[in-house]
Ligand binder design. Structure first.
Ligand SMILES: O=P(O)(O)OC[C@@H](O)[C@@H](O)c1c[nH]c2ccccc12
Length: 285
């Protein structure tokens, strides 16, 4: 069994245990009782600086324990104050040490959109994401067939959420685009081996159509990496480890500065033109 398969297996076993206690009808009612989901497309709309999706991540299967994060809401508040556009909360328990309680706590503290990051393959997980206050859910193309991918994204959208559709190869980007995804991530980390390929985003970004949000995921360790992703056409960069293992405020400030200074040179996006010179008579000098 691949690592990815075992991650899905654990997440789905946990979801089934929750569903045995709380059937989907109840959870749907809770979802309907939530304030409407935040507008994620507006929050990630292309602009002349990069967006950061900042992650609450205690541990990972590839690195083990990263940070204790006793108060995920406090960390999310720092992210929001320092310019993150979206907070990502890992809710997977067995390998990432996260929970839906983390997501609820974050939701209660910040106003920016919140992403439920988990190994999602069932309607139940989507509905419980909304019931916990999520605005965005992760869907990993490598773990879903075309039917599931479309059905789950459409269910998320019917609840007012969006889906971040994650890819790692050219054929997965093709499938994501064909499925109608509007927010497409390229994960530098291969979830079947944990190898990192930061150059992958630049190779695949061109295949993501104009109009979809392009997200570069993983492997940002230094400001230069944000600049590289930005130059390769990223609208947003998803960062976990570097934020939770360093000083989150200082690190985020430095990353956003690097993303602001980098000029997008490819993917058909050109930097804004300088204003035309004023007519001779109006020049001040
Ligand atoms: O910690 P990093 O290298 O900054 O990566 C963050 C994020 O991209 C990563 O946590 C991630 C990307 N896709 C995932 C899917 C499941 C779990 C985790 C992930």
């Amino acid at each position: 069994m691949s690592i990815l398969d075992s991650l899905y297996e654990a997440a789905l076993a946990d979801a089934a245990a929750r569903e045995a206690v709380e059937p989907i009808g109840h959870v749907r009612e809770q979802a309907e009782g939530q304030p409407p989901a935040r507008d994620v497309l507006a929050a990630l709309a292309p602009r002349d600086t990069v967006h950061v999706i900042a992650e609450v991540k205690r541990a990972s299967p590839s690195r083990g324990a990263l940070a204790e994060i006793p108060d995920p809401a406090a960390l999310a508040a720092v992210y929001a104050e320092h310019g993150a556009s979206v907070v990502s909360v890992l809710t997977e328990r067995t390998r990432f040490h996260g929970s839906l309680d983390d997501l609820r706590a974050v939701r209660a503290r910040v106003d920016i959109p919140v992403l439920r990051k988990d190994f999602i393959a069932t309607e139940y997980q989507i509905v419980e994401a909304r019931a916990a206050g999520a605005d965005l859910v992760l869907l990993i193309v490598a773990g879903l067939d075309d039917d599931r991918l479309r059905t789950l994204r459409e269910l998320a959208e019917s609840l007012g959420m969006q889906a971040l559709v994650e890819t790692h190869t050219a054929s997965e980007v093709e499938r994501a685009v064909a499925s109608g995804a509007r927010i497409i991530g390229v994960n530098a980390r291969d979830l079947t081996t944990f190898d990192e390929h930061p150059e992958r985003f630049g190779e695949l970004a061109r295949a993501i159509p104009e109009g979809a949000v392009r997200v570069a995921e993983s492997a940002v360790r230094a400001p230069g990496h944000v600049a590289d992703y930005r130059r390769a056409g990223a609208d947003a960069v998803l960062i976990g480890q570097a934020l939770v293992t360093g000083d989150p405020a200082e690190t985020l400030d430095a990353f956003l500065r690097a993303g602001t200074d980098a000029v997008v040179a490819r993917c058909g996006r050109t930097p804004p033109r300088p204003p035309p010179p004023a007519p001779a008579g109006e020049r001040r000098s």
